[in-house]
Structure formats: C-alpha cells, structure tokens
Design a protein around this ligand. Structure first.
Ligand SMILES: NC(=O)c1ccc[n+]([C@@H]2O[C@H](COP(=O)([O-])OP(=O)(O)OC[C@H]3O[C@@H](n4cnc5c(N)ncnc54)[C@H](O)[C@@H]3O)[C@@H](O)[C@H]2O)c1
Length: 296
C-alpha cells in the first residue's frame, strides 16, 4: 500500500540524477510512472529499475522543450495508464557564462528547457487533469540560483520565472482541484558537477544523495498534500524547508507621495542599513561603499 496507489505520474528528465530519485519514490508509493528523458538509455534504465522493484513504468523520450514533446508526454501517459494525476517538471540543462559574454543561443537553450518546457508540459497536463475531472498535482523545480548567481543569467532567470509561474498557476488552477508547488532540490549529479565558484574553479562539495528529494515529491503528489499549493520547499541532504515568498519589507508611507528631494534627504536614514544581501550565498551586501565607474 502506497500513498499513490492508482495514480499515474510523469517525470521530465527522469533518467538520471534528481529526476531518477523522483521516479523511484513515486513508483515505490504505488504510482505508475512515465519516465521522460531525451536520453533513451537513461530513461530505459530507470524503467527497468522500477520494474525490478515490482513497480510499473514506461519510457517517454519527448524533448519537453517543444510543444509536440509536451503534448506527447501527456498523451502517452494517458494512453498507457488511463490518466495523468501528477506531473513533475524536473528536466534541466545549464550553459553558464557571465552576463556580458552570454550568447542568445546560450540564453535561449536554457530558457527553452526550464521555463518553456515547464510552461508547455504543465499546460498540457492541467488541461487533461481539468477534463478528466480528477484534479491533480504539479511539482515544478526551482533552484536557490534564482536569488541571483554569478554566470547564470539564463538559469537563474528561468528558475525565478518558474517560481512566479508556480504562484500564478496555484491561484488559477485551484478551481479545478489542481495543486501547484515547487521544490528547490539538492544532489550530486551530472549538473552539479558543472558548478564553479566566482573564481571560475570547480566547487568541491561533499556527496549529496540526489534521490532523497523524491520523498517530498511523492508526498506533494499525494492526496495527503491536498491543502498545499503555491509553495516552494527546499529539499535534499536531510533538510526540508519552506522557501519564503518575496514580500515587501521596510516601508515608509508619505502623504502625497515621495519627492526626489525626500529621497535625497531620507533614503539613507530609513533604508540604507536594510538593503538586502544578494545572491545564492547571501554574502554581506557588497555595495555599501557605492557602485562607481572603474577608474584608471
Ligand atoms: N543538482 C542540484 O543540486 C540541483 C540544485 C537545484 C536545482 N536542480 C534542478 O533539478 C533538476 C534536475 O537536475 P539534475 O541535477 O538531476 O540534472 P541532470 O543533468 O543530472 O539531469 C537532468 C536530466 O534532464 C534531461 N533533459 C534535459 N533536457 C531535456 C529535454 N529537453 N527533454 C527531456 N529531458 C531533458 C537530461 O537528459 C538529464 O537526464 C533541474 O531542473 C535542475 O535545475 C538541481
């Protein structure tokens, strides 16, 4: 008996790394799993693993960054398993380059997989969940990189967009019984092997089991998470955390509005010490001395 008995779930990029863990956990909890990956061998190996554990899985090799691929992902899930109750948008790629050097192709190839793929797969799945009248769950994937991360304009921007889409779809799809949440996972994977520090050197991080994120995903896809939507959770490495939504902080109201002169006279007193640290590592705010054109 699992919490997903009788459910059908699709996982994009399920052939390796974090997505493989999602597939294994979903299957262990009783879901029939459509394992998507553009890498046929990787998707096949995960399906085999699920089969050996007594679960039910099928391979889908859609390129989820295309409308045809997204449409086929959902159609195949329905054809094989009779319905789609859960979609996990996990597939991802990276093409890191500092902002001033990033090409249009590098930018768009990452936006296409993360942001456009999440948009198209979710839309196809939500239309089907609405039409089958069952409700359902969508779990998106963000990253702490969306706080800002050196060299990741394309990736950080896509992940920020996915966070905003998560909040928006939670509002729009509640009427159909569809819940939309996201995780910000952690794991040692092919992708994490590409991480570099600001000095351009490889970052050495201790091994983190990428499959651990799957338990949270299985919970979020289950009926036990019926009251949870529009939320983002940090998962992996033994941690489960609520990612707080952006919100207005320090605020000062003025009758008649702020004049430019007001800013000149009062900004420093009210706000300067409250400016937010930026970036994934939240280093001390670096610009208190002022951002000035380079000299010499
Ligand atoms: N590894 C981490 O610590 C970490 C941290 C934060 C967020 N994430 C996110 O978790 C997700 C999984 O990352 P991972 O580390 O397991 O990466 P990974 O590179 O190990 O696996 C990603 C999988 O997605 C597949 N894929 C890529 N493009 C695809 C497409 N167009 N259609 C279908 N499949 C496609 C790849 O073939 C690959 O198997 C990504 O969304 C990533 O941004 C990972």
């Amino acid at each position: 008996m699992g919490v997903l008995d009788g459910k059908a779930a699709a996982v994009t990029g399920g052939g390796r790394g974090i997505g493989r863990g999602h597939c294994l956990h979903l299957a262990q909890q009783g879901a029939a799993v459509l394992v998507n990956d553009i890498d046929l061998d990787a998707a096949g190996a995960v399906c085999e693993e699920i089969g050996e554990q007594g679960g039910r899985a099928t391979i889908n090799t859609s390129d989820i960054s295309t409308r045809d691929g997204a449409r086929y992902l959902v159609a195949q899930c329905v054809e094989e398993f009779g319905a789609i109750h859960a979609l996990v948008n996990n597939a991802g790629n990276v093409h890191d380059r500092s902002f001033l050097k990033m090409t249009d192709d590098e930018f768009m190839s990452v936006v296409r997989v993360h942001q456009c793929g999440t948009f198209m797969c979710s839309q196809e799945a939500a239309l089907r969940m609405r039409d089958q009248g069952s409700g359902g769950a969508i779990v998106n994937t963000v990253s702490a990189a969306h706080f800002g991360n050196f060299g990741q304009t394309n990736y950080a921007g896509s992940k920020g967009a996915i966070a905003s889409m998560t909040y928006t779809w939670a509002l729009e799809l509640a009427r159909y019984g569809i819940r939309v949440n996201a995780i910000s996972p952690a794991g040692t994977t092919r992708m994490s092997g590409t991480y570099k520090g600001p000095d351009g050197q490889d970052i050495k991080i201790p091994f983190i089991d990428p499959t651990q994120n799957g338990a949270a995903v299985a919970f979020l896809c289950s009926d036990h998470a019926m009251g949870i939507s529009g939320q983002i959770f940090g998962t992996g490495n033994g941690r489960f955390a609520i990612l707080e939504h952006p919100r207005y902080g320090t605020s000062v109201e003025k009758d008649g509005g702020w004049s430019t002169q007001d800013f000149l006279e009062e900004f420093e007193g009210h706000f300067k010490a409250k400016l937010e640290p930026i970036g994934i590592m939240k280093p001390p705010y670096p610009f208190h001395g002022g951002i000035k054109p380079p000299t010499g």
